[in-house]
Design a protein. Structure first.
Length: 140
């Protein structure tokens, strides 16, 4: 977790738009986020690139997704828990925070490193997955 008082938007999930797993993550969250608390930006977009750079993530080789919530940026497994625990009926997932990130993140890093080989890759960035009109941010 990193305080990011300079990032202007709240509830934005940064994801790899060419990664099949990451795009699936976005659809998973969006389908359960009835109150539209979250918006999404692919790292391949101008907005996503700017957000990645502000959060010290290499846009050319992202090793994490990220989410900004209430002025704080969350990365890796902390980001996943921060998002899922805010979805209706899934608040209990905060219990995963009892396990230190030093134990959770190695698995996250392993999957992130091999995500294209395991899950595949889109030929181009999926800028507007079906049903997400108005929730994808591409430009500042």
């Amino acid at each position: 977790m990193k305080q990011v008082s300079s990032w202007p938007d709240n509830g934005v999930i940064l994801y790899d738009g060419v990664c099949v797993l990451c795009s699936g993550w976005v659809r998973f969250v969006a389908s359960r986020d009835a109150d539209h608390c979250f918006r999404f930006t692919p790292i391949q977009s101008p907005y996503g690139d700017a957000m990645a750079r502000a959060l010290a993530i290499d846009p050319a080789d992202p090793d994490t997704n990220a989410v900004v919530v209430d002025g704080f940026a969350f990365f890796r497994s902390d980001a996943a828990i921060a998002v899922v625990s805010r979805l209706p009926g899934l608040g209990w997932t905060r219990m995963a925070l009892a396990l230190p990130a030093a134990l959770r993140d190695p698995l996250y890093r392993l999957i992130a490193r091999h995500r294209y080989r395991i899950f595949g890759r889109h030929a181009t960035c999926e800028l507007a997955p079906a049903g997400l009109a108005g929730r994808i941010i591409v430009d500042r």
